[in-house]
Design a protein around this ligand. Structure first.
Ligand SMILES: Nc1ncnc2c1ncn2[C@@H]1O[C@H](COP(=O)(O)OP(=O)(O)OP(=O)(O)O)[C@@H](O)[C@H]1O
Ligand code: SF4
Ligand SMILES: [Mg+2]
Length: 320
């Protein structure tokens, strides 16, 4: 088993008028080549910032305070913007963004945008490119594909834009696809189709996927491994079956037991008392301690580190 990417002690802060937001406070996980790796946690815990850090697409007020992001034995944090553009973004690592509007270029047609992705790995004639783009758009079940080719992003609905973006990213044929809540603007039947498309592509091209989501039903269906994130840290890295059979961290336990049966979305978790902490002045020690029924004195002062407790299973808790 080999990892394609590993993130070691990644710390990312943001300068804001109210103070420094300590968004990632030591993120640690690895992604096994060819796997579907889920990244879950409540809103604001740092999932998107983690994904954006991998591609070095963070906002201008971001500060990378420390850590490593090792992709195929190279630290991406040492790469220049030019190297990232030339050697990594698109053909090696592609991302489906949470907000589809922001990643489509308003001045290019749909045909041009997807063609740019295809050009990265394939030389073809104009007509061949057109046919490939049509095939890519068909994969994401867009209606009237040929009619879409000359349209601009603003002429499409939110759901259609998201599907175009998915097609664009899949057309890059990346080794690692980061999918950040890729199905939020899609209706349920299209979601199921999209997951099927992704699964097929993963198997066919041995693609690795980092799948960021709130939806535990999707996690249980498609993921091999899961990282559970809480307030800027990973609290448990776990094979998916173990997560649902034997969640070890108190937060993972609450997540899984709150959603079993009825609910699958993490927003619905009123069963976990308290709310997600502000990351400008996060709780000391274990950031979960104000909400944890099992907290003891040391939890308030000492940050628990990830410990190996089984095969591919790590947990960060003083009581485990
Ligand atoms: N440019 C920025 N400036 C200041 N704070 C930021 C910035 N970008 C992200 N943050 C903060 O970093 C933290 C993590 O945000 P992130 O977007 O990664 O959350 P998330 O887990 O993806 O949430 P969601 O599930 O809602 O998408 C949040 O507290 C957020 O407010
Ligand atoms: S370290 Fe302490 S507060 Fe944190 S999850 Fe474990 S028991 Fe709860
Ligand atoms: Mg997000």
């Amino acid at each position: 088993m080999s990892e394609l990417l590993y993130i070691k002690d990644l710390k990312v802060y943001f300068n804001t008028e109210e103070g420094v937001v300590k968004a990632l406070a030591g993120v640690n996980f690895e992604i096994v080549k060819g796997s579907f790796h889920g990244l879950i946690g409540e809103t604001g815990c740092g999932k998107s910032v983690t994904g954006l850090s991998i591609l070095k697409l963070l906002d201008n007020n971001a500060l990378i305070e420390g850590g490593e992001i090792i992709y195929k034995d190279e630290n991406l944090l040492d790469k220049t913007e030019k190297q990232m553009q030339k050697d990594f973004r698109g053909n090696e690592i592609a991302m489906i963004f949470q907000d589809p509007g922001s990643s489509l270029n308003p001045v290019f047609t749909i045909q041009d945008q997807i063609q740019e992705s295809v050009k990265m790995y394939k030389k073809a004639s104009k007509q061949e490119y057109r046919n490939i783009v049509i095939e890519e758009l068909k994969k994401v079940k867009l209606p009237d594909v040929e009619g879409l080719l000359d349209k601009y992003p603003h002429q499409l609905s939110g759901g259609m834009k998201q599907r175009v973006m998915i097609a664009m990213m899949l057309a890059c044929n990346p080794n690692l696809l980061i999918a950040d809540e890729p199905t939020t603007a899609l209706d349920v039947s299209i979601q199921a189709q999209f997951l099927q498309v992704l699964k097929n592509l993963k198997d066919k091209f041995d693609m690795t996927v980092l799948y960021i989501t709130h939806d535990l039903a999707v996690v249980s269906e498609i993921c091999d491994y899961v990282s559970v994130m809480y307030a800027g840290r990973i609290v448990e890295n776990v094979p998916v079956r173990e997560l649902f059979k034997n969640p070890v961290h108190p937060y993972s336990y609450k997540l899984v037991h709150s959603v079993l049966g009825v609910k699958t979305f993490l927003e619905d978790l009123e069963e976990i008392p308290g709310s997600v902490p502000r990351l400008i002045d996060p709780p000391s020690g274990c950031r979960f301690h104000p909400r944890c029924e099992e907290a003891i004195d040391i939890c308030k002062t000492k940050v628990p580190q990830l410990k190996k407790i089984g095969k591919n299973h790590y947990v960060a808790c003083h009581r485990r």
